[in-house]
Write a protein that binds this ligand. Structure first.
Ligand code: SF4
Length: 464
């Protein structure tokens, strides 16, 4: 019998794309292929792309440039390109890289194995759908067979697409309108994940807290979903990303506060502290309204860690408007801020505001000033945790020092801690006393073990 073919997936972009890759990997395994962590020897290489982040095009086409040589060495190698950039560039991918075998989009990820098989006989194939095909969209395929990186935590996509129209964002045009998966399917999937030993579920959606709006307008289904997943035996931690501030409802805050499994963590993208810029971005809230919602969440949810996203140098941003952002960021006392330099995505409104682009020197200087405020805020929040005992889900040895273990608190903070390396396996939950706070992590000492790992699999398959 011949050896099964091997595949490797290279993922660009956000957690949703990472999760899509896990599911593509699951489908490839179901099709008889074997996952490989060595891309150079794999029979099939899939590039799962993202066009949201800066330089996405450059990254894809330079990766394809590297693979051209590999394909020359091994003509049997199959190369597939999927995800947002494929959805956007379509046949253009083959125009630029005619050594690619298959191009598939965001609405038909599940078609990848079939397209790869067909292309062996039919040559290069491009299949892009304009809207999800329920039989072919991996977005709508449960994650149970996904090849996950770790066995104790899972992502679960609850909704695809976005009905908003933020001026800087390409998502609505590549992912389409919001489509929510049925609540019952999500609960069934959560129960089965718990049976597999998963204790942490991160719920994913482009506009996650508007989940269910396309199913019913009568009830806030996102709040119901959090409460119902929280009742499932074995699910101890629920996180979600990314919510939209304008859609953060009282019911969601109440569900977070009253469901013990929902982690004390809220990522609430602010984007700018200037109302004029927020209007130009079409975000649908003011800085004041954002701060009111944040205050309501902090009042209701004990020990809530809050993170955000800020874009520096949106077209037309004046010095005064940037200073508004600095003031709001300082006032919000964020635990962490993901800062981005504006970069135009072709096809978005902001890309057409070329005459108002801010010079790179000014943007660089503003970025450094923002980073300073952000780092001080993170440090303050982290130093305030020194002396506290935190519940930590162990992830394994620290990347820098194998004698130290790393894990995450319920607030999502990375902790490196010393302790009994013997017998403490990834997936265990322990108490750690915090001894030091740095801007991006905490240090601590092991105190006691709450429980050992619940999952049965020791080593997961690896998605490269
Ligand atoms: S809410 Fe705005 S930023 Fe988020 S996915 Fe939708 S359009 Fe993009």
């Amino acid at each position: 019998m011949s050896e099964p073919k091997t595949f490797a997936i290279r993922t660009f972009g956000c957690q949703m794309n990472e999760h899509d890759s896990e599911r593509i990997a699951g489908m490839m395994v179901a099709d008889g292929l074997v996952a490989s962590s060595d891309e150079r020897s794999a029979d099939v290489i899939i590039l799962n792309t993202c066009c949201i982040r800066e330089n996405a095009d450059n990254k894809l086409y330079s990766a394809l440039g590297e693979l051209k040589a590999l394909k020359k060495e091994r003509p049997g190698l199959q190369i597939a390109v999927g995800g947002c950039l494929a959805q956007k560039d379509r046949e253009g991918v083959l125009d630029k890289a005619n050594w690619v075998d298959v191009v598939f989009g965001t609405h038909n990820l599940a078609a990848a194995p079939k397209l790869l098989r067909r292309s062996e006989f039919e040559g290069p194939l491009v299949e892009i759908l304009e809207s999800p095909d329920p039989t072919a969209a991996a977005d709508m395929v449960p994650a149970l067979n996904a090849v996950r990186e770790v066995p104790w935590a899972a992502w679960m996509t609850i909704q695809t697409g976005c009905n908003n129209s933020c001026a800087f964002c390409i998502v609505p045009s590549v992912r389409g309108e919001e489509i929510s998966r049925p609540l019952e399917d999500l609960l069934e999937e959560s129960r089965l994940l718990a049976e597999q030993g998963v204790c942490e579920i991160t719920v994913l959606g482009q506009n996650v807290n508007s989940y269910g709006r396309d199913i019913t307008k009568r009830r806030p289904l996102f709040a119901d979903l959090l409460r119902e997943i929280g009742k499932i035996n074995g699910i101890e931690r629920i996180r979600f990303t990314s919510p939209h501030p304008k859609d953060l409802r009282e019911e969601t805050i109440a569900a977070m506060a009253e469901t013990s499994a929902v982690c004390n963590q809220l990522h609430l993208p602010l984007q700018s502290g200037s109302n004029a810029i927020l209007t130009a971005m079409r975000r649908g809230y003011t800085a004041e309204r954002y701060m009111e919602k944040l205050a309501a969440a902090r009042a209701a949810i004990e020990d809530l860690a809050v993170t955000t996203d800020i874009i520096v140098g949106f077209p037309g941003e004046t010095e005064e408007q940037f200073e508004d952002t600095l003031r709001v960021v300082a006032a919000c006392n964020f635990d962490s801020v993901y800062t981005f330099i504006f970069s135009p995505r072709p096809g978005t409104r902001a890309a057409d505001m070329e005459s108002e682009y801010i010079s790179p020197e000014v943007v660089k200087e503003r970025f450094a000033r923002l980073k300073d405020v952000v780092d001080r805020s993170s440090l303050r929040q982290h130093e305030a945790r020194v002396g506290r005992t935190e519940e930590v889900l162990v992830e394994g040895p620290s990347r820098r020092d194998a004698s130290v273990l790393s894990g995450r608190t319920r607030q999502g903070k990375l902790v490196h801690f010393t302790g009994p390396n013997e017998g403490l396996r990834p997936g265990a939950v322990v108490n750690v006393i915090v001894t030091h706070g740095a801007p991006y992590h905490l240090l601590g000492d092991y105190v006691s073990t709450i429980r050992g790992p619940r999952h049965k699999v020791r080593i997961p398959l690896h998605v490269s």
